[in-house]
Design a protein around this ligand. Structure first.
Ligand code: NDP
Length: 283
């Protein structure tokens, strides 16, 4: 049977490119989980995706209600879930003041981390039920968590439940994004520690390369770079290892990258997990 993959933020950039690539294989039905239904439909058409290979289901990660609603709607479709790609992100490096999610969290961390945390936590049950040979939960990271990347969460996690920065400091849009990406990578590893053995699901993160043409840089000065074979992390049998962070060098060969000390700190990952569970009202 065809696999079913959910990709968040599939209406532009890397998410759209990955949706297209997987749909074109004919082996996947892609669920485009997007906040703007019409934009997603138009995007799918613009890259020539065939209607029978994808569906769009509304998801606004900046609202925990929307995340729950999305999960219900997906389940109603009756499809199994074989892979989940947490790709969507907001990046607000020039913002002077914080903006907020529906639940009152700072927008970058609320969307990129907490929205995805709840989504992945809920959909793990669906991945568990799938009989697909290699079930994967992929969280897109960033180099900010790689070697030499800037320290993100230094100063603790006390601000996560407030409306500004995780460390409780003054608002800084670029740092809020970096913090959210460190959270993404810590979350992936904590999923691996808690659930890989029990479920057999592969949990992995990847650095997709620096691609200045995507919407993420809409409010930033572009930098150059090359793209990565992102879809392979979802499908390639040789990339089925769990608990790892994939990166690419210039020749596009995948290699397992090392995370920064902070982004691989198990104690921080555990604390972040417990706090995040409380904030999304999981416990
Ligand atoms: P884009 O801005 O092109 O794509 C981001 C996607 O996220 C868009 O489809 C956007 O939707 C969606 N999104 C934003 N907010 C929400 C929300 N509240 N609910 C649902 N969807 C939302 O950026 P990229 O393709 O570049 O980024 C994709 C991933 O790659 C991100 O995780 C990013 O951190 C990561 N990354 C990118 C790098 C790069 O160089 N581009 C480098 C390192 C990491 P909409 O279309 O409606 O705006």
């Amino acid at each position: 049977r065809k696999g079913t993959v959910i990709i968040t933020g599939a209406s532009s950039g890397l998410g759209l490119a990955t949706a297209k690539a997987l749909a074109e294989t004919g082996k996947w039905h892609v669920i485009m989980a997007c906040r703007d239904f019409l934009k997603a439909e138009r995007a799918a058409k613009s890259v020539g995706m065939n209607k029978e290979n994808y569906s769009v289901i509304h998801l606004d990660l900046a609202s925990l209600d929307s995340v729950r609603q999305f999960t219900d709607n997906f389940r109603r479709s009756g499809r199994p879930l074989d892979a989940l790609v947490c790709n969507a992100a907001v990046y607000l490096p020039t913002a002077k003041e914080p903006t907020f999610t529906a639940d009152g969290f700072e927008l970058s961390v609320g969307t990129n981390h907490l929205g995805h945390f709840l989504l992945a936590r809920l959909l793990l049950d669906d991945l568990k039920k799938s009989d697909y040979p290699s079930r994967r939960l992929i969280i897109v990271g960033s180099i900010t968590g790689g070697p030499g990347g800037p320290a993100g969460l230094a100063g603790g996690l006390n601000g996560l439940n407030t409306s500004s920065m995780i460390n409780g400091g003054e608002f800084d849009g670029a740092k809020a994004y970096k913090d959210s990406k460190v959270c993404n990578m810590l979350t992936m590893q904590e999923f691996h520690r808690r659930f890989h053995e029990e479920t057999g699901v592969t949990f992995a993160s990847l650095y997709p390369g620096c691609i200045a043409t995507t919407g993420l840089f809409r409010s930033h000065i572009p930098s150059s770079g090359s793209s990565s074979p992102f879809p392979e992390v979802v499908t390639d049998p040789s990339l089925g290892k769990s608990g790892v962070y994939w990166s690419w060098n210039k020749d596009s060969a995948s290699f397992q990258n090392q995370l920064s000390e902070e982004a691989s700190d198990p104690e921080k990952a555990r604390k972040l997990w417990e706090l995040s569970e409380k904030l999304v009202v999981w416990v």
